[in-house]
Every structure is written in C-alpha cells, then in structure tokens.
Design a binder for this molecule. Structure first.
Ligand code: EPU
Length: 428
C-alpha cells in the first residue's frame, strides 16, 4: 500500500447510493478503552482502515486477543503481556497516545512512543501529560518514549486550557479507574467523544455530563466487557456530501447522521446548495452555479478542520473569491499547493486561504500529504479534465474505508496502481 498511486479520469458524473462506514476517530479511543477491562468486547461497524489496523496491532502487542469478521471485531485483554507501545507503531498513527491513559490506569505503568500520524502542524500532547501528572503519575521521556508510572491514579479537577479531542478521551478513560472523582472542564464535545462516553457507561463507568462541556467521572474498581456499534463517520459523510456538489452529481448517502454535519450543511446553504435530509440519509444534488463563502474551522459543533481541505476543493468551483481560515492546526494547507498544480488559484497567507473561483481544473501529478488532504485531491481529480495521478496515496487508506470502490460504484473512473507505472499493475 505504501507505494500506491490513485489514478482518476475526471469529469465523470457520480450518481446513486453510497453507505457511510463507522467513524475511525470514534473506533480508535473505543478500542483503546478495552484496556480498562479484562473482559471480552465485541464491536460492530468498525471501519477496516490502516489507522484501525495499527491500533489493533498495538493492542495485540500489549496482550489483546483480537478477531476481525468483516466489520465486527472481538477484543479481549485478559492479562497484560507488555506495557510498551513501540516506535514503529506510534509513528504510523497518532492515536497510539490514546493507550497511555487506560494502560496507566489499569497497570500503573505505561511506555508509549511519542505519537506520529498526519503532519498537519504542531500536535502537542501537553494537556494529556499534565492531566495524568495531576492524577498522580510520574511522567518522563526516555529517548522517543513517554514513561508514565503511578501506584494508583486519583481523581482531579482539571480545565483543559484548549479543547482537545484525544486529550479529553485520554483523561476520561484514565479517570474511569482512578480513586475518587474527576471533574474535567472545557472538554471536546465531538460526537466521537460522546460515543466513547456511551461505551464507557455501558462498561459500568459512572460519568455525568455537566454543563455544556464538562464531565464528572466517579472512578470504579473494575469495568465490564460489552458489545458496541461504532457511530457513522461524520467526516466521511461530509466528504461524500461535498462530492455530491460537483458537476451534475446526484448522491443519496446512507447511514448518515445529519445532526453531525450541521455546520457543513449551513455552509452549503450559503453557497447555494440545499441537501435533502431523511432519517438516516442525506441527498445532495449539484446546482449549476455556486457562490463564494467565508468559513473558519473550530471545535465541534463548528466547521471541522477535518473537512477544510475537501471544502477548499469545492470552493475552486464557486463564482468568486472565498476565504477559508484554519484555526485548529497550523500546517493544514498542504493540499493547496497540489490543487494549484491542477489549475486552482488559491493563495495562503498565515492561516487564511483565499480561493479564487471559478477555475477549470485539469489533470496532473500531485502528492497526498495527509489523510484529509488526500481526500481533497481525490475530489480535485474527480472534477479535473483528463487524468490525475495522486502519489503517496496510502494516506487515504489510513482513514477512508473502500473509498475508490465506493466512488467507482457511483460512476467514477479510478484505478489504484503501483509506483512502477510501466507495469500499470491494477490493484483493484
Ligand atoms: N493541543 C495542545 N495540547 C494538547 C492537545 C492538543 O496544544 O495536549 C492543540 C493541538 O496542537 C491542536 C488543538 O489543540 O492545535 C486541537 O488538537 P486535538 O488534540 O483536538 O487533536 P487530536 O486529538 O490530536 C483529533 C482527531 C483529528 C482531528 C482533531 C481536531 C483523532 C484520532 N484525531 O486529533 O483527526 O483533526 O481531533 O478535530 O481523533 C483526522 O482524522 O484526519 C484527524 C487528523
């Protein structure tokens, strides 16, 4: 997969039904939460993507038994075999940091390599570490590893200085097995955090949601294994909604939760595209003309940073100048240079991208730099005239389940090939 290239022949109409997979960013902390119990778990709707495979591998290293059957996953960590998440694992997925809190809580000791993952800017973990320290952990770094040790962690009162998704998840999981109560404030409220709370409550955790973004957790001595279906992926949903806005596409998206993408639907309304909402479906049909817009990313329920790149690709087709402000990560405009290679006219100044539309895109050779950037490049390729070759395509497979297959079913012309294009070896 490392050397795969996506080849798209653009300007094909997309129409029909597409089904959204389980949320990668809900599944990751939920699989890590199995560390909190020695009992068996069964998850449904697990997206089989590279980041999830890496998390399962990390759990296997510390002693979990796992079995995938389609999108169902059984996991059981009866006894710990290791307290180390090695560098090779942690550098491929940032979510490995989610093992630190639960492993420390269960075992009193954890050694996790500093996380890697998407290179989208400074991705600090100081609030994770600060919270765990306050819970009584002695934390220090040794080479590329973080080592955390505590006889028994205890409850704390902690206000996150800034909202952090995995930071909230890490401290929440640790607090479930801590001595006494923990009160976390200014928590991330993304649906993925909500689904983790739901799983932990089923496991027997005592968690109360207080005010708009607080969590009050009473630590337990043990937790149960349970069955749990992962919520649908709102970023995958948003990506297909945006795909439906191009050319004369007409998509019905199934297994959708409209509530999760309200901020995107609002932006689409502003640019002149209305979506039809069903109970679990969203229909989006392209309109002739779309208008420019000003958008800023912010924590949920604001416009998600994980859809910024895809929206930027759409705004190349708006009649006029749009402004996209990225407020979460400081290096999340890497798709722009690549979209410009296809003929887009986007300028970046600090954290603001000005997208000058409308531009006719033409095929070219471009590089995927991170997961969501790669989705934006696929969208660019779908509307470009001629052939687009997206290199470094493994980025896409970290987080989108069966994306080429789903798009081909809708009418796209896509091939995944090896580096050696002479052979033009077809992977799908
Ligand atoms: N931050 C700190 N200190 C911390 C933690 C975060 O300063 O201790 C800062 C970060 O540097 C960043 C901001 O807070 O500027 C928000 O980062 P956050 O911690 O919320 O991001 P994350 O938990 O590392 C998750 C998702 C990302 C998604 C962000 C924002 C997972 C596994 N990853 O990352 O997803 O972009 O929240 O919503 O849940 C993706 O799926 O492509 C992806 C990158």
């Amino acid at each position: 997969m490392k050397d795969s290239i996506i080849v798209i022949r653009g300007k094909k109409r997309l129409a029909g039904r597409v089904k959204i997979s389980g949320a990668k960013n809900a599944a990751l902390p939920e699989l890590a939460a199995t560390i909190l119990s020695s009992k068996p778990f069964r998850f449904f709707n697990v997206p089989v993507v590279e980041d999830i495979k890496v998390m399962v591998k990390a759990l296997q290293i510390i002693g979990s038994q796992s079995e995938f059957t389609g999108n169902a996953l059984k996991l059981k960590l009866a006894g710990l075999q290791s307290h180390l998440v090695p560098k090779e694992i942690a550098e491929t997925s940032r979510a490995s940091i989610l093992i630190l809190g639960p492993l420390l809580a269960r075992n009193g000791y954890a050694k996790v390599s500093f996380p890697g993952g998407c290179q989208i800017g400074d991705r600090k973990i100081d609030f994770h570490l600060e919270g765990l320290k306050r819970m009584g952990a002695d934390i220090h770094s040794e080479g590329s590893h973080i080592i955390a040790r505590a006889q028994k962690i205890h409850g704390i009162e902690y206000t996150f200085p800034k909202k952090t998704v995995t930071g909230t998840e890490n401290l929440l999981m640790a607090a479930c097995l801590a001595d006494g109560s923990t009160c976390l404030r200014n928590c991330a409220t993304e649906p993925e955090v909500g689904d983790l709370v739901c799983l932990l409550k089923k496991m027997g955790a005592d968690i109360q949601e207080i005010e708009a973004d607080g969590l009050l957790i009473k630590g337990q001595t043990s937790l149960q294994g349970v069955e749990h279906a992962i919520i649908p992926d709102r970023i995958e949903l948003g990506t297909y909604i945006i795909a439906g806005c191009f050319l004369d596409n007409d998509l019905i998206i199934e297994n959708a939760v409209p509530e999760y993408v309200k901020s995107l639907i609002q932006v689409l309304h502003e640019i002149g595209i209305e979506v039809r909402l069903g109970e679990n479906t969203i229909q989006v049909s392209a309109k002739g003309e779309i208008y420019p817009v000003e958008v800023e990313t912010s924590p949920y329920p604001g416009f998600p940073t994980d859809l910024q790149a895809q929206l930027t690709a759409l705004l190349t087709q708006a009649n006029g100048s749009s402004r996209v402000t990225e407020n979460i990560f400081n290096n999340r405009f890497q798709h722009i240079k690549e979209l410009n290679k296809l003929g887009a006219r986007i300028e970046v100044k600090n954290n603001v991208a000005t997208v000058k539309g409308k531009t006719d895109l033409r095929g070219g050779v471009i590089h995927a730099t991170d997961l969501r950037a790669s989705a934006a490049l696929v969208l660019g390729g779908l509307i470009a005239d001629g052939e687009t070759e997206i290199r470094n395509a493994h980025q896409l497979f970290r987080g989108y389940e069966h994306l080429p297959e789903k798009l081909i079913k809708l009418g796209a012309e896509i091939q995944i090939v090896n580096q050696d294009r002479d052979k033009y070896h077809n992977i799908i």
